[in-house]
Design a protein around this ligand. Structure first.
Ligand SMILES: NC(=O)c1ccc[n+]([C@@H]2O[C@H](COP(=O)([O-])OP(=O)(O)OC[C@H]3O[C@@H](n4cnc5c(N)ncnc54)[C@H](O)[C@@H]3O)[C@@H](O)[C@H]2O)c1
Length: 347
């Protein structure tokens, strides 16, 4: 068996640079081949990151050197590549959201189970050191009873961003701040605070009249645990500031701004808390001002976790099943905003 696991890429657009850089940076993975009908994008990707151009998606699936396929196509084009890749015996990492409907997400989950393959969703913010520190403190009971979990994403995207590719301005294709940008932070709240019972959301278009989309979301969340939360997310707020995630419990509070903590305080303070306060202070990659304003480290953890999941025959850290509930929360927010009423889950 080769000492590096072979990877194939489907879709060489904006996000592919993070996957290409992450695969190349890891000593556990090798980029074998990539596919994209847009020849210019394919050529640029191969030029930047190496590997071979695949003649087609089918040719990529037939390549026995490839163990894992990364599906990086637009949001409503995930299942159509994920299901055949799993059926061809590949493990799959698919970009977020898993799909645009729960039904298509279920097809992907069923195909992974039926073919005994691993399926992970690229919700890499869960790997962020600060988020893992909060999760660990929650699991250790340091917060006591959880009261509140909030995400404030005040970003900016110019109208050009929405017009750059056809799908970016079409809601059914996966456009809109809720499903496209806030999704990571909706998912992180689910990861930290547990399953959601109900949502009450409002959506507006503040600064992008050229597109028929929400660029601003406000949502109230009731978690099954009884805790409550807020999501405020926008791409209308120039110049864009770092995300704030806030978790409060009866015995502790953690607040992150970008990758760093501005508050990390518990009734049972511990010597290691000082190190937690230093997390992320050497880098700032938040995506606040533009889509390329991100690092590839979190994608590398995602990719190396897939390698380990295959080797150890365990679930990947970010399963499609857990991402499905995050999708359900986001879809419930759309339903709530459309009907101007609170929505109870499951849908
Ligand atoms: N995890 C993150 O932080 C993050 C960041 C950005 C985007 N994304 C996600 O990544 C996905 C892609 O987003 P993007 O911004 O790169 O989009 P994009 O439009 O820039 O790229 C999508 C690519 O898919 C290609 N494609 C279309 N049909 C294809 C086919 N039949 N075979 C192969 N390729 C095909 C397109 O030509 C295009 O190059 C989306 O699901 C998005 O939500 C995730």
């Amino acid at each position: 068996m080769p000492d590096k696991m072979g990877f194939g890429i489907v879709g060489c657009g904006l996000v592919s640079q993070f996957h290409g850089a992450a695969i190349n940076a890891s000593d556990k993975t090798e980029l074998i081949a990539s596919a994209d009908p847009d020849q210019d994008r394919l050529d640029k990707f191969i030029g930047d990151f190496g590997g071979e151009p695949a003649a087609s998606f089918e040719a990529l699936l037939a390549d026995e050197r490839i163990d894992v396929v990364n599906i990086l196509t637009p949001n409503a084009m995930h299942a159509q590549f994920t299901v055949p890749a799993l059926e061809a015996g590949k493990h799959v990492i698919v970009e977020k959201p898993p799909e645009m409907t729960l039904e298509k997400t279920d097809l992907m989950i069923e195909a992974a189970a039926a073919n005994d393959r691993k399926l992970a969703i690229s919700l890499q913010v869960r790997f962020r050191k600060s988020m893992r520190a909060i999760k660990q403190a929650i699991d250790e009971g340091r917060f006591g009873k959880l009261y509140e979990g909030d995400a404030f994403m005040k970003w900016f995207r110019p109208t050009d961003y929405y017009l750059m590719d056809d799908w970016r301005s079409k809601r059914d294709q996966g456009a809109g701040v809720t499903i496209q940008h806030a999704f990571h932070y909706i998912d992180v709240l689910h990861f930290l605070m547990g399953p959601v019972k109900s949502v009450d959301a409002r959506m507006t278009n503040m600064a992008h009249p050229e597109v028929q989309l929400e660029d601003t979301l406000k949502a109230f969340i009731e978690f099954e645990s009884g805790a409550e939360g807020l999501v405020e997310a926008s791409t209308a707020l120039w110049p864009g500031t770092p995300i704030r995630i806030e978790v409060n419990g009866e015995k502790g509070t953690a607040i992150t701004e970008g990758e760093v903590f501005n508050t990390w305080q518990f009734e049972d303070d511990r010597p290691e808390d000082e190190a937690v306060m230093q997390i992320g202070r050497d880098s700032q990659v938040t995506g606040a001002g533009g889509a390329a304003d991100l690092g590839y480290e979190e994608h590398m953890w995602l990719i190396e976790d897939m390698v380990a999941a295959i080797a150890e025959d365990r679930d990947p850290f970010i399963t499609a099943g857990s991402a499905r509930h995050s999708l359900e929360i986001a879809l419930a927010m759309y339903l709530s905003a459309d009907n101007n009423e609170a929505v109870t889950l499951p849908l």
